[in-house]
Design a protein around this ligand. Sequence first.
Ligand code: 5GP
Length: 176
Amino acid sequence: MNVFRPGNGKVQLSEAQIAARIRELGEQIKHDHAEQEPHLVCVLNGAFIFMADLVRAIDMPVTMDFLAVSSYGNAQQSSGEVELLKDLRMPIAGRQVIIVEDIVDTGITLNYLLRLLEARQPTSLKVAALLSKPSRRKVEVPIHYLGFEIEDAFVYGYGLDRGQFDRNLPFITSQA
Ligand code: 5GP
């Protein structure tokens, strides 16, 4: 059984396209953090593959930590409420923090995380997001390192789930 089959929707990002963009983001992050090592915060679950590839594209010492927020569950629409399921292990005061997100849709999750982490007084707080759907935005949020801007479609693969499955697809795809 071959499960690595793309959907027939408009958003299709190949393994090679994703890898090339992440190499560029890694170089940009290194360039912007010459004075102090960045501390990357992965937002579980969806960003775990992006995080793994991004940290390996940053050719300098970095530290990292993980937090988890409630996502859509098995639904394809956000409930509008965010719940912190797992907090960071390490303090971030005085650190140059980069939140690593899979996708910014309405912006509600990221807005919540920015407020939560800003209160802990990092030296700087930036955002790396693999994908952004600007047409869906309800809250304006900054994205300092963006992989790809995409149109409004439900995407999956490369860490993003479709009913908890398909996170292991090496590419990003959508259904028509
Ligand atoms: P937001 O709070 O910006 O509306 O949504 C952010 C979260 O919703 C993402 O971190 C992701 O978990 C989930 N999400 C938003 N759009 C999609 C999508 O197209 N596909 C998948 N699999 N998850 C999405």
